[in-house]
Write a protein that binds this ligand. Structure first.
Ligand SMILES: [Zn+2]
Length: 404
């Protein structure tokens, strides 16, 4: 049996760029290491979640790891909260949240409080508290964004939003959507009333006013979801697993799956992340774990920035870090793919499939000699993200025979 190294390059896939004469950043980039692995391995295209689905990093990683997002993805709240670094636990109820500006009558004047994050970290801490045995944790995000997590007994995600979703409307009372949501709605309304008072009286809001910013005097919440209980990855596949990643949403998902997280301060989840550190950490771990997941975020950031030149540069730096993969690949299974496409021409995720390559000594080869959206399409595989683990299990000689 072999061990498995799965490297997911975030937002890897792209579409043609005029600046590269119609090539994608990955096609245009100089990537001798990925190309060599492609030449020695099995290649193809992978559809994140399913054909035509515009996947998020969260749903796609869940699916790649063998969890069906249609069963475990109960709303963006829990995953946004993880993305902001809240250490969520199964059973927590999480909401997406906005700091907003509301007039004295309770009417929303600015749903995004001037899109400014000024003092929102302090405000978030001021309104994190315990009410009736329920912990309320608020964490600020970029601009006006935040997340709210409720932790405690008898909680349910069956509650409505306080966010009226448009300016000029009044902040809504939370309603239970079913009998099971009644307690949650009650304690939540009590919490929001308390938080509102604190926000209005906070010196942080006086400071915002002095700077000419609208007050962040309301926390609008929406999209309640319950943090799912994921079946332990090690019991699901019989693999002792570790994750090397810099972004909280990925480490959050990996923790829920029971993987051990390995990261350091140089693994930032940005275009300047230390790719060498990630790969060398992963290769060290590969002796101690059966399965290592690596997430490399940089290309997604460049895609969102609509910056193909940056994306190409980041991909080249990643490829440099892959130099060590080839000797390591002889005794292990190596898989390189993306979690979704983030075309620079779009600046957002798209439903385009991503290239995938799998290599281990003695594996089947096809006629592909380069790793990119176009070359990989000539490979032997067409696969959905939910099938990746099955294929990796087979390649690592870990699958049991089906039948006699
Ligand atoms: Zn993205």
């Amino acid at each position: 049996m072999k061990n498995i190294l799965l490297i997911v390059i975030d937002g890897l896939g792209d579409r043609p760029n005029a600046i590269f004469n119609g090539l994608t950043a990955l096609e245009y980039a100089y990537t001798p290491n990925m190309d060599r692995l492609a030449g020695m391995g099995t290649n193809g295209l992978m559809y994140p979640v399913d054909i035509g689905v515009v996947a998020g990093s969260d749903t796609s990683h869940l699916s790649i790891l063998g969890y069906d997002p249609s069963l475990v993805y109960t709303g963006r709240g829990p995953f946004e909260a993880m993305g902001l670094g809240i250490n969520v636990k199964p059973g927590d109820i999480a909401f997406r949240a906005n700091f907003a500006t509301v007039d004295p009558s309770g009417t929303v004047t600015d749903r995004r409080a001037g899109r400014s994050s000024m003092e929102t970290g302090k405000l978030a801490r001021e309104i994190s508290m315990n009410i009736d045995g329920i912990d309320f944790l608020v964490k600020e995000g970029v601009e006006h964004r935040a997340a709210l997590v409720m932790r405690g007994k008898d909680l349910s995600p069956d509650v409505s939003d306080s966010d009226p979703h448009s300016a000029g409307a009044r902040v809504k009372r939370i309603e239970a959507k079913s009998e099971s949501g009644k307690f949650t709605a009650g304690v939540l309304n009590k919490y929001l009333d308390t938080a509102r008072k604190i926000l209005r009286e906070s010196p942080s809001n006086s400071k915002r006013k002095q700077h000419g910013l609208p007050e962040a005097n309301e926390l609008l919440i929406r999209g309640a979801g319950i943090v799912p209980e994921l079946q332990d990855f090690s019991s699901k596949f019989g693999l002792k697993a570790a994750c090397v990643a810099g972004v909280p949403i990925i480490t959050g998902i990996a923790s829920l799956a029971g993987m051990e997280i390995h990261k350091n301060e140089r693994m930032t989840g940005t275009v300047n992340s230390d790719f060498d550190a990630k790969i060398s950490t992963a290769l060290d771990l590969l002796g101690k774990y059966d399965f290592v997941l690596v997430n490399i975020k940089g290309p997604d950031v460049a895609g969102h920035d609509r910056n193909p030149v940056l994306k190409k540069e980041v991909i080249e730096r990643i490829d440099k870090a892959f130099e060590r993969l080839i000797p390591a690949g002889s005794g292990n299974v190596i898989c390189i793919t993306g979690d979704h496409s983030t075309p620079c021409s779009v600046g957002e995720h798209s439903g385009d499939p991503v290239p995938i390559l799998l290599y281990t000594e003695g594996c089947r080869r096809d006629r592909v000699n380069a790793f990119n959206e176009v070359a990989s399409a000539d490979g032997s595989l067409r696969i959905k993200s939910g099938e990746v683990m099955r294929y990796l299990m087979q390649m690592s000689d870990r699958s049991e025979k089906y039948g006699a």
